[in-house]
Design a protein around this ligand. Structure first.
Ligand code: PRX
Length: 560
């Protein structure tokens, strides 16, 4: 049974009641937050009805129709702009076409598009119709794509067969049951869309806690988990974060470097800036848009005022020396997604001469949980956090490593549940601690003088330049390779990416030539099945691997 105190810890109902007024509600909400069946799941702003697309576009038309909504830096380095009115028109056209295709509220729409405004248009068209978007990284591997199709059974799959500088494109499955596959690079699509250009499609008003999207992310099981996010809570949280954490003014040009297939791309590449009526920069990754001088010239040319990226990108950029373009427009650089090292932070402050904030969060939380300068972080938005010993649940003494937990609630905008798996959601992420639900971040942290320092994942997930990859995913991908008896994937430090994969492989009796061939096969298989970021930094051949009595690999021993 939860006590009344426990129930309200880390939760400021009055604050969220106020923040929710920033949003247009077609029907007002009655309760700020409520428990679902006294378990760890929450519903935010229940009984309220709203629509993400209406809030991101329609309500800006009266005052900001001509304002630039998206600046698109294409893969050739050319710049294009789209006003709020133009974006609204394109979203309406696609919504109308999608309606003709039979897409309805609750249908899943899988989106694998390059970082062009079309990706934003597709997401917003789904939001308009109440369809659930499932955006994946546009150069996702064929394996990962097939897994996501199987998991979320989409009614529609939007992809773009023109590579636009992308290294590899997945094989498009043509046979998934009841799934319409549309190539947005095809003449047929362009012609069909043209017929819908002047249509206006009314927004479908959704209950606040109805899902807006699913995002797949890596977890220990090796099978990516579908993080399900709501509608109203997400919009309120993002707007509140821009006001109170990012302290944004009305004239901001916001550049989030992440692809829309990741949570940062969803939250701060698309939704947050558009909900606030600001300008967002969408940049297709290519040689001419790579971190470094290209970025700094882009900041100067586009007048970017805030930028959100990962520390690894700054480490890459730093190799090209001090910026050779004026960064005077840049008010703050936000770093999130991996541990921030002191030397990168110092470089941003001293060489870029830009203020730098470190944000800690997860795909699961949807927006920042902790924030601060350098590595010293504190909980934001009255969240209540603790570092505990995961073995006995007791608070870890100051200065001792434990697991970071968030008490009671992650706040609005966090995951509702896992796609079709409430049980895994409840059991994997939530524990009962002194009569209170606590969210297990699965990150190691130290508490010292009331600040938190994040040390990295405590589960078997490797963080490669901000991309999560489970050791089990790597091991599964390699299973059955001829000549290989056993394989264990582990993390190894990397100066630019933070971490990379290291492999420990037990083989049959192989000659050195056969071993060299096996290494090639391993690399090829990993790129095919997991993506380029899974390429191992090291492959060690071993006669045997250390295991527990129950046969579990001792990863920590291998790490040493
Ligand atoms: O281990 C933490 C690390 O990235 C994980 C979440 O990754 P993802 O789900 O891809 O979401 C990224 C959202 C920005 C966390 O469990 N992480 C994230 N931010 C930080 C971090 N580690 C240290 N410092 C951070 N600021």
């Amino acid at each position: 049974m939860l006590t009344a105190d426990a129930e309200s810890e880390g939760l400021d109902r009055d604050f969220w009641q106020q923040e929710a007024q920033q949003l247009h509600w077609q029907h007002p909400f009655e309760q700020v937050v409520e428990f679902v069946e006294s378990g760890p799941r929450r519903r935010w702003f229940s009984e309220g009805k709203t629509n993400l697309c209406f809030n991101a576009l329609d309500r800006h038309l009266a005052l900001r129709a001509d304002r630039c909504a998206i600046i698109h830096r294409d893969f050739c380095g050319e710049t294009h702009q789209l006003s709020y009115r133009e974006l609204w028109q394109q979203v309406n056209a696609l919504s109308s076409l999608m309606t003709e295709w039979g897409i309805r509220q609750g249908d899943r729409v899988l989106i694998a598009l390059p970082m062009t405004p079309l990706a934003a248009v597709a997401m917003l068209a789904c939001a308009r119709l109440g369809a659930i978007h499932v955006v994946v990284y546009s150069s996702i591997t064929s394996e990962a794509l097939a897994q996501r199709i199987q998991a979320c059974t989409p009614a529609l799959f939007l992809h773009h067969s023109d590579s636009r500088g992308r290294e590899s494109l997945p094989t498009i499955p043509s046979t998934a049951e009841n799934m319409r596959v549309v190539d947005t690079a095809s003449a047929a699509y362009v012609q069909q869309l043209a017929l819908h250009m002047d249509r206006h499609v009314p927004c479908v008003w959704l209950s606040s806690s109805e899902p807006s999207h699913i995002l797949f992310t890596s977890g220990t099981s090796g099978v990516p988990k579908g993080i399900v996010r709501d509608t109203g809570g997400y919009a309120v949280a993002l707007l509140a974060s821009l006001r109170h954490l990012f302290h944004l003014a009305d004239d901001e040009v916001f550049f989030t470097s992440a692809d829309v297939g990741w949570v940062t791309g969803h939250s701060y590449g698309i939704y947050a800036p558009l909900l606030a009526g600001l300008t967002t920069v969408m940049c297709e990754s290519s040689a001419v848009n790579a971190p470094g001088q290209n970025w700094w010239h882009m900041v100067a040319e586009l007048g970017i005022t805030r930028m959100l990226t990962i520390a690894g990108a700054i480490r890459l950029a730093r190799r090209q020396g001090p910026p050779r373009a004026s960064l005077t427009s840049l008010r703050t650089l936000y770093l999130a997604g991996e541990p921030l090292d002191e030397s990168t932070e110092t470089w941003v402050r001293d060489v870029m001469a830009v203020s730098c904030e470190n944000h800690y969060w997860q795909t699961e939380s949807g927006w920042p949980l902790l924030a601060g300068q350098g590595t010293k972080l504190s909980a934001v938005f009255s969240r209540s956090v603790e570092v505990i010993n995961p073995l006995n649940g007791e608070a870890s003494p100051e200065g001792e490593t434990g697991m970071l937990i968030i008490k009671n609630t992650l706040g609005p905008g966090a995951m509702l549940t896992l796609w079709q798996d409430d049980t895994q959601h409840d059991q994997r992420y939530w524990l009962q601690h002194r009569g209170q639900w606590c969210y297990a971040t699965h990150d190691c942290a130290i508490k010292q003088d009331s600040v938190i320092v994040i040390q990295g994942r405590m589960d078997d997930v490797i963080n490669i330049g901000g991309k999560r990859l489970a050791t089990a995913e790597v091991e599964n991908a390699l299973s059955g390779l001829p000549g290989m008896v056993e394989v264990v994937a582990n993390r190894t430090p990397h100066p630019l990416l933070g971490e990379m994969v290291a492999l420990f492989v037990v083989t049959e009796a192989l000659t050195s030539t056969q071993q060299a061939l096996l290494k090639q096969e391993i690399r090829k298989r990993l790129v095919e099945r997991c993506g380029r970021h899974a390429l191992p930094r090291r492959i060690h051949f071993r006669y045997q691997l250390p295991k527990t009595f129950s046969g579990k690999f001792l990863r920590r021993m291998l790490l040493d």
